[in-house]
Design a protein around this ligand. Structure first.
Ligand code: GAR
Length: 216
């Protein structure tokens, strides 16, 4: 089995990166982590990836003249490492249509909300402010529109009366760590297909729990 050479792009602590790296340690997993790249040279996740013996790269957006130049630097590295597939994991830079087009159908993102609700930032604060009873996370293909694109996997968690953004975020994060490796596994193995805005085959192909609400 040829494993997809996957790059994980991070900006910060990298706990989703950890979950993907752990899953990919299994030689049967259909993707291998061939590069961890960050736009922040001081990202804690980057140091951890290095300590784990993974190939790492920092492409500092601040020293590039603009978005395109920054992305071209990333693209050169992605080509150098012969990357097939990208997982955005807490990568906090907006990407241009050029970069997204270059990776169309080959780039996933994880978002800390049940899309299409709560696109953008501060999702846990906003979910609490709106009084929703169910919150969660989404893995989706990346398209030029921010936090849109065919959804591969979602997990839901209850919102509890005494939740703070931190406690709710921690409950969601646990589910992120569960569904991101599952989603990458589904896509990398070819178990799912994209039809328009829908990703089909996820439940039948793998884990019924993947799309079922998770009650904690
Ligand atoms: C995660 O909660 C991820 O869903 C979110 O950033 C966090 C990164 O945590 N991503 C976004 O908000 C993207 N818009 P991590 O660095 O520990 O994986």
């Amino acid at each position: 089995m040829r494993r997809l050479r996957t790059a994980i792009l991070i900006s910060g602590r990298g706990t989703n990166m950890d979950a993907l790296v752990t899953a990919a340690r299994d030689k049967e997993f259909p993707a291998e982590i061939a590069l961890v790249m960050s736009n922040r040279p001081d990202a804690p996740g980057l140091a951890r990836a290095k300590a784990m013996g993974l190939a790492t790269a920092a492409v500092d957006h601040k020293i590039h003249a603009g978005r395109e130049e920054f992305e071209r630097s990333m693209q050169i590295l992605l080509e150098t490492y012969r990357i097939d597939f990208i997982c955005l994991a807490g990568f906090m830079r907006l990407l241009t249509p050029w970069f997204i087009g270059a990776w169309s159908g080959r780039m996933l993102n994880i978002h800390p909300a049940l899309l299409p609700s709560y696109r953008g930032l501060h999702t846990h604060e906003r979910a609490l402010a709106e009084g929703v009873k169910i919150h969660g996370c989404t893995v989706h293909f990346v398209v030029p529109q921010m936090d849109e694109g065919p959804i591969v996997a979602q997990a839901a968690v209850p919102v509890l009366d005494d939740d703070t953004p931190e406690s709710l975020g921690a409950r969601v994060l646990k589910q992120e760590h569960r569904i991101y490796p599952l989603a990458l596994g589904l896509v990398a193995s070819g178990a799912v297909r994209v039809e328009g805005n829908r990703v089909l085959g996820a439940v039948a192909a793998n884990d019924r729990a993947l799309t079922a609400p998770t009650v904690i």
